[in-house]
Design a protein around this ligand. Structure first.
Ligand SMILES: Nc1ncnc2c1ncn2[C@@H]1O[C@H](COP(=O)(O)OP(=O)(O)OP(=O)(O)O)[C@@H](O)[C@H]1O
Ligand SMILES: O=P(O)(O)OC[C@H]1O[C@H](OP(=O)(O)OP(=O)(O)O)[C@H](O)[C@@H]1O
Length: 222
């Protein structure tokens, strides 16, 4: 019997928007997915050809890029940070909108001009995108990798700058920081393993089309 398709979804904030979209696409996890006491990491679904895994956002891309999962939903920030050759991102799902930005303490933001600097220390979860962005300005970025709460770094002397996601700007404001440059816009994407798209084409192609239609319908309704 053919192995079930594995659909990877992230644990964090994308999950709340991803679940209704999955339901519209005809995919419903089994009841234990919603049971907080259940420690399973792999779940069945209403489709007997599909299981779901719930993993950290960065790990969704890793599972799919290596073919351990066939399809998934993840932010474009994660896709761009890894830049995996085997990862195909055919559909912008039109939710999870935010941006990846540079920020620094409010009192320094006006005075600092990157064009005068040759080197900066940056706290971020996105070292590859950060180095690439600063290199495009002719500045060498030394990255301190954090997994959250980047906004604490400048006030505690860990780094002058941060590169992090910004949506409303409240987190920056409440931590005395100011956004000084936008690196890229971010939204949630459907991702598919390129090899799986060939070997499991009959199952994956209609799913991609279904998600594309749902994303288009969402855009039209907005
Ligand atoms: N403020 C935000 N507004 C909109 N989308 C966001 C925001 N923050 C994060 N995202 C999107 O949600 C994804 C997951 O973010 P989330 O904060 O849930 O993960 P996390 O808690 O940092 O990750 P981890 O699972 O590694 O702990 C991000 O990769 C991004 O695409
Ligand atoms: O501009 P805002 O609307 O304030 O949103 C931005 C915040 O949202 C994300 O963090 P999240 O809440 O996911 O927590 P995290 O630090 O655990 O990633 C991001 O890392 C920022 O800290």
């Amino acid at each position: 019997m053919t192995q079930p398709l594995i659909f990877a979804i992230p644990k964090g904030r994308i999950l709340d928007d991803a679940l209704p979209l999955l339901a519209q696409a005809g995919i419903e996890p089994t009841a234990n997915f919603f049971d907080k006491a259940d420690r399973s990491l792999r779940f069945g679904s209403n489709r007997n050809d599909m299981d779901l895994i719930r993993v950290r956002a960065f790990d969704v891309a890793t599972f799919v890029a290596h073919g351990a999962a066939h399809i998934g939903i993840v932010g474009s920030d994660v896709i761009d940070e890894f830049d995996y050759a085997d990862l195909y991102a055919p559909v912008d799902l039109n939710f999870g909108h935010c941006r990846l930005s540079v920020a620094e303490p409010k009192e320094r933001a006006q005075a600092d001009t990157l064009s005068h600097m040759s080197h900066v220390r940056v706290a971020t979860k996105y070292p590859n995108l950060t180095r690439r962005y600063f290199a495009s300005l002719g500045v060498q970025a030394e990255c301190v990798k954090l997994n959250g709460a980047m906004e604490l770094a400048p006030s505690l002397g860990l780094a002058h700058h941060i590169v992090d996601l910004v949506e409303s700007g409240r987190t920056l404001k409440q931590n005395g920081l100011e956004e000084t440059a936008e690196i890229m816009p971010v939204s949630a994407r459907l991702i598919v393993n390129r090899t799986a798209l060939k070997t499991r084409h009959a199952a994956l192609a209609p799913l991609i089309e279904r998600f594309r239609d749902l994303a288009e319908a969402g855009k039209a309704a907005a």
